[in-house]
Write a protein that binds this ligand. Sequence first.
Ligand code: AMP
Length: 212
Amino acid sequence: MAALSIALSKGRIFDETLPLFAAAGIEPAENPQNSRKLIMPSTHPDVQFLIVRASDVPTYVQHGGAHLGVVGKDVLMEHGGDGLVEPLDLNIARCKLMVAGYPDTNLDQRKRWRVATKFPNCARQHFAKHARQIEIIKLYGSMELAPLVGLCDLIVDVVDSGATLKANGLEPLELMAHISSRVVVNRAALKTNNQPISDLLHQLEAAVSKST
Ligand code: AMP
């Protein structure tokens, strides 16, 4: 096994992360668009990429299946961060975690809100902080549909331009957190593999400060 395994999900984070790794001298050895390999060697002999689902990145890193990972802060908050350290904000894939719903919604109204989300832990924490009662409806996608068919009163989701909300007659109501992609490292690996991990983090940090 390569000295360092980095868990990444394909899609937005992958596309925006690769230029930063490239600036640090690490590129996938073959075209990731055409490859179905889940372990992808890199041009650096000691580094390989592991292709996992975005929501599984913290779990792989927590349990030592990967030394490091790149993951959205939304996914990380939902996971809870056990066994992980979060040393670097890559400042990419930026968006906001929001409460959203119909434009005339009064969040101060006393009621038991039905909230559809793929972030139940974040939603519970946020609504508890505001002393609001909720019932969670766990969904995995197309969150914006749920209020339209009467499944819920509110959704908790990541919002970028807000165009998807608007196209479905909804709007952002309350900010929960600013989101960007973070590097996470297995807490134990940070001790046992300190040198290569520190070197990589320094190179990535330099690439991030050049790109911002
Ligand atoms: P929007 O630009 O607000 O219409 O975003 C469209 C959809 O893309 C939203 O419903 C989100 O689920 C998703 N999305 C937006 N930004 C991100 C991001 N940084 N990471 C993951 N998903 C995102």
